[in-house]
Design a protein around this ligand. Structure first.
Ligand code: G
Ligand code: G
Ligand code: MN
Ligand code: NA
Length: 254
């Protein structure tokens, strides 16, 4: 039995769950967000990396059902933290291109916000550049409809794709997420730090925020602060953790 067959029933059997990685404001060092990261624990195979099963979910179309569940579960958790009086955060959810291209995306996200009671401003959707190269008119309309609900949009893995910079003007995204490959090599590789500097300047000159991911050291943090990066995410600040651990982290901040 292949991985696809196992993945088919995984959601129903409760094998899928979310981890949350904290995101910090670099100036204040406060937690301002969480990125929801999907996990699969198979009873015999153990933990299977999303890098393995997400492509399978995408090819098979299973990503639609799984992705819906991810949005629902992430919003439900964020709303629960809010109701518990914990510091307000934005919940960031990764969206596959296939999900983004569904004509019912905006409606179903609106339904999830209504069901969970999470305000749209507390939801952020992470899109990869590959999403932004589709039918321009359609992408513009989808983004507009999501933004009308207060939802924030971030371009994930920024700098690694092929989207033209001109699209940044047409698509009203709010934030760029600098890919971790640039952050990783920043201290040792002049060209990586140049790319990071350029992305931050580009973002700010377009009125966008910028978040760096994969921040692992104090040195990288200092360098990012000097370059006026807005937010950081990475092992130096906090690894992806389960809901219970994240609740404790939020509680320790009040
Ligand atoms: O979670 P890391 O810890 O291993 O994630 C690996 C990859 O899987 C990343 O590229 C991340 O964007 C992607 N990923 C994690 N969770 C989700 C999800 O819920 N949906 C989609 N589409 N991708 C996800
Ligand atoms: O592509 P996306 O940004 O959604 O994926 C985030 C991925 O990066 C996840 O696999 C997450 O576990 C991983 N990650 C988060 N912080 C760090 C870090 O500091 N170092 C490394 N190497 N990976 C990280
Ligand atoms: Mn992401
Ligand atoms: Na990324």
């Amino acid at each position: 039995q292949g991985l696809l067959a196992k993945l088919r029933g995984a959601l129903g059997r409760g094998e899928l769950y979310l981890n949350y990685q904290p995101q910090f404001d670099l100036a204040t060092r406060q937690i301002v967000g969480a990125e929801a990261l999907l996990r699969w624990c198979h009873p015999e195979l153990g933990a299977i990396s999303p890098e393995r099963f997400i492509p399978i979910a995408e090819e098979s179309g299973l990503i639609v059902e799984i992705g819906q569940w991810v949005i629902l579960e992430a919003c439900r958790q964020a709303a629960a933290w809010q109701r518990a009086g914990l510091p307000g955060i934005t919940m960031a959810v990764n969206l596959s291109a296939i999900q983004f291209q569904r004509p019912d995306l905006c409606e179903s996200v609106a339904g999830i916000l209504a069901t969970t009671g999470l305000p749209g401003q507390n939801l952020e959707l992470e899109l990869t550049e590959s999403v932004l190269v589709g039918d321009v008119e359609r992408v513009v309309n989808t983004i507009k409809t999501l933004k009308q609900q207060g939802i924030h949009l971030t371009v994930d893995d920024f700098g690694t794709g092929y989207s033209s910079l001109a699209y940044l003007q047409r698509f009203a995204v709010d934030k760029l997420k600098i890919d971790q490959s640039f952050v990783r090599n920043m201290a040792t590789d002049e060209s990586s730090s140049s790319v990071v500097r350029a992305i931050i300047r580009l973002a700010h000159s377009l009125g966008l925020k910028v978040v760096a991911e994969g921040v692992e050291t104090a040195g990288q943090t200092e360098q990012l602060a000097r370059l006026t990066c807005d937010e950081v995410q990475g092992y130096h600040f906090g690894k992806p953790m389960d809901a219970e651990e994240f609740t404790a982290l939020l509680g320790s901040r009040t």
